[in-house]
Design a binder for this molecule. Sequence first.
Ligand code: SAM
Ligand code: F3S
Length: 449
Amino acid sequence: MAGKVFIRTFGCQMNEYDSEKISAVLARAEGLTPAANAQEADLIVFNTCSVREKAQEKVFSDLGRVQHLKRANPNLMIAVGGCVASQEGGAIVERAPYVDVVFGPQTLHRLPALLAQRRASGQPQVDVSFPEIEKFDHLPPARVQGSSAFVSIMEGCSKYCSFCVVPYTRGAEISRPFDDVIAEIAGLAAQGVKEVTLLGQNVNAWRGEVESATAKGGPARADFAELLYFVDEIEGIERIRYTTSHPREFTQRLIDAHAALPALAPHVHLPVQSGSDRVLAAMKRGYTSLEYRSIVRRLRKAKPEISISSDFIVGFPGETEADFEATLTLARELAFDGSYSFLYSPRPGTPAAELADPVPQAQKLERLQRLQAQLEAQSRAVSEAMVGTVQQVLVEGPSTRDAAELAARTGNNRTVNFPGGRELAGRFAALRVTEARHHSLRGELVHAQ
Ligand code: SAM
Ligand code: F3S
């Protein structure tokens, strides 16, 4: 089936990563090339998100909008993957009978086979199983453009926060083997990659066996902190990021790695969700606000310039004004940078969806706005404090707004636009920040590396 594929991605970075892999799997098995839009595609893939209700409903309305394309192109296939697919399975085909294939986050490598079965049988195909680590073994090797790449090091989540669908849709935590992770990163470095972001729902839950670590005994058990030291050793890798980490496994060894490894970017995304111990317990997060504060304090001691961003859920069932105030206070005291906050969305099948919830929606919305205004002001203060400083940045390429300029990324994950020659793309450079804008910075070149 030569032709074109259009992939629409919803949700988190894991989904972005999976979409790239879907594209690679289809290019290898079917020779499909990317389509510029759904109209010119022979295959439309929706890679979906179900973490909040809004995202989930959007999938069905968007599916409805491409249905008519089948009339113009009778060979057009429509596939639905990701977390909505995982959760709904065959129900998607019942609600939208024009869908040809439903596949889950752990079966995306089977997509070519599912399409072939669909063609041969004339029947829609559904496979949302969790065949353990099989997915990693069947993905094409990473191919990159540019100097930055994502590497998935673990899949799934076994934390079962009471509000979250991820453990049900992506399955249990499984670590990718140590040798595979290192081999992939070394391969990327050989293609010119200088920055890697280690990806997972809970990257610091990663565990692996390192053969080479012990000359005499058998393989040694390694944790995420140790993995970082090994990645740091790979020739050519100059900056390491990771996301998302979980406070529960944020060990002192991981904190020490931030002090010991200059390549580790001075930025950590560490979702706290709430500042109230009562709410944290009801969410089953497995830490108190004091424990969370202790991690942040030790991280800042290890690396004073570190920027810490977080996720918050506002309006969890039964959240009182005092609970919410505790969240505001925590966010302010810990001086969070670049954070996300969401209105709690009850997800079918999760324990929190069964809880009584007397808090009126209008009050929840008002709290969300207050938190967002505060977080926004905090981020702005960080940006403004950067004006006049010299930052080590990785130049990504032409700026999206003005192709005559370049866009670069700071250690604390901000985009800086600056005038400069194309030859700087893919290189590290020192920039002086000249201005803080709404969601980006402006700068000028001090020197290129
Ligand atoms: N693994 C991450 C962690 O350690 O918390 C979170 C992964 S989750 C896909 C991303 C974010 O979505 C969470 O941090 C949380 O703030 C938000 N989220 C998850 N379930 C939600 C729900 N039912 N309603 C609103 N926000 C939710
Ligand atoms: Fe979800 Fe909690 Fe895991 S937020 S992804 S169950 S750590």
